[in-house]
Design a protein around this ligand. Structure first.
Ligand SMILES: Nc1ncnc2c1ncn2[C@@H]1O[C@H](COP(=O)(O)OP(=O)(O)O)[C@@H](O)[C@H]1O
Ligand SMILES: [Mg+2]
Length: 248
C-alpha cells in the first residue's frame, strides 16, 4: 500500500507545488490522477519513488519511508516518464531493458531470462537487437515499459501516457495498462485527459493547484472536474455511461 500524509513540496525556486496532500493507494488498485496543467500531478508521483524528497510530510510504500529507503522503494514502484526519450539509455533494446535488472545485481542466465521475459511481455522479442534510436514512438514506449517491468515492481506509475499518441497508440497503451492491472499490479496513471482511461479505473484523484480536490469512484468525481479545470468526458456531458476506447 502507498500512504501519503500531509505532503508539502516547494521547488527550490519557492514554487509551492504540493500543499497538504494525504492519500492512500491500495494494493492492486487502478487509479487515475487528473488535474489541469501545473496542478501538481508529476510532482506528486515523483515522491512515490523517491525522486523528490518532501519539504514536509511523509510518503510510505508498504510501510517504508520513501526518503529513508529509496532503493527498496524503487524496486517496488516503477515510473514511466512522460518523455520516453529521456528514459531510454541503452544502445539497443536488449541493453536498455537489461539496465534495471543489472542494477539489481542480476547477471548471466538469470539476467537473460528476466530481459527475455520483459521483452516478450511487451511484444518486443523481434526488436531485441535494434538500436533504440531507430524505433517508432510507440515502440520506444513499449521498450520503456519493458525496462520498468524487468525490475518487477509491484506498482507501475505512468505520467501522461496518452500524450502525443494517435488512436491506435492510445488503444495499445490502454491494453498494456489493463493487462498490468489484471496481472495484479497497482497501476497509477496521470492525465489531464480523463476521457481516455475513465472507463477502466477504480478511482479518480483530482488535483487542483497543488491540493487534493477530490478522490473517489469515477461517478463521484466526474461532476467536480469542470470546476477544477478538467474537461469532463463527452459521455458524461451527454449523460451516458463512459465508453472504453477499445473493444476488448
Ligand atoms: N523544476 C521545477 N521548478 C520550479 N517549479 C516547478 C518545477 N517543476 C514544476 N514546477 C511547478 O510546480 C507546479 C506543479 O507542476 P507539475 O507537478 O509539473 O504539474 P502537472 O504535472 O500537474 O502539470 C507548477 O506550478 C509548476 O510550474
Ligand atoms: Mg505533469
Amino acid at each position: 500500500m502507498i500512504a501519503i500524509d500531509h505532503l508539502n513540496y516547494h521547488y527550490p525556486d519557492g514554487t509551492a507545488a504540493l500543499n497538504g496532500v494525504s492519500l492512500r493507494v491500495a494494493d492492486g488498485e487502478f487509479v487515475l490522477i487528473c488535474g489541469a496543467n501545473g496542478s501538481g500531478k508529476t510532482t506528486l508521483i515523483r515522491h512515490l519513488n523517491a525522486i523528490l524528497t518532501p519539504t514536509s510530510g511523509t510518503v510510505r510504500v508498504n510501510g517504508l519511508l520513501a526518503t529513508d529507503h529509496p532503493i527498496q522503494v524503487r524496486r517496488q514502484v516503477g515510473m514511466l516518464f512522460q518523455d520516453v526519450d529521456s528514459q531510454l539509455i541503452g544502445e539497443t533494446v536488449r541493453e536498455d531493458v537489461a539496465f534495471g535488472p543489472e542494477n539489481l545485481g542480476l547477471t548471466g542466465a538469470e539476467l537473460t531470462l528476466r530481459v527475455d521475459w520483459a521483452l516478450t511481455a511487451m511484444g518486443l522479442a523481434h526488436l531485441a537487437d535494434k538500436p533504440c534510436y531507430q524505433l517508432s514512438g510507440g515502440e520506444k514506449r513499449r521498450v520503456a515499459i519493458a525496462g520498468v517491468l524487468a525490475v518487477q515492481p509491484h506498482t507501475l506509475i505512468f505520467d501522461e501516457p496518452f500524450s502525443n499518441l494517435d488512436y491506435r497508440g492510445v488503444q495499445d497503451t490502454l491494453r498494456q495498462l489493463i493487462t498490468l492491472h489484471r496481472a495484479g499490479h497497482t497501476v497509477i496513471v496521470t492525465s489531464h485527459d480523463v476521457e481516455k482511461v475513465i472507463a477502466q479505473v477504480d478511482r479518480v484523484i483530482l488535483m487542483d493547484r497543488g491540493e487534493l480536490a477530490a478522490a473517489g469512484a469515477p461517478a463521484a468525481v466526474l461532476p467536480l472536474l469542470d470546476r477544477h479545470g478538467v474537461r469532463p468526458p463527452c459521455a458524461y456531458l451527454a449523460g451516458i455511461e463512459a465508453q472504453p476506447w477499445f473493444s476488448a
